[in-house]
Design a protein. Sequence first.
Length: 105
Amino acid sequence: MITKDEEDFLRYWSQQRLRKKQFLNKLSVGLPLGALIGGGLVINFLSGWYKRADMELRSNSSVIIVVLIAAIAIVVFITIFANRHKWDQNELRYQELLRKKEAAD
């Protein structure tokens, strides 16, 4: 026997899984976390608390570009990973609830 919440989720996800994934919806899942981690990396690197890293930054200006590219790559990776993980979790729950519903019937 499945509960009302589970039945609502089955109805919701059966419609959502057939819809094409929207680009903005993908970004809204993992972008805040990715931006927080990437921003923290850049702030940590530019704060100057580690003197040797600060000297390296000042002696070789291409390091800034590398750090910015790395921060952008981290943001993109976390955004994509978080979206796929959320989608897989919902799909797994949907499949489990379908099996539970079939067993109850």
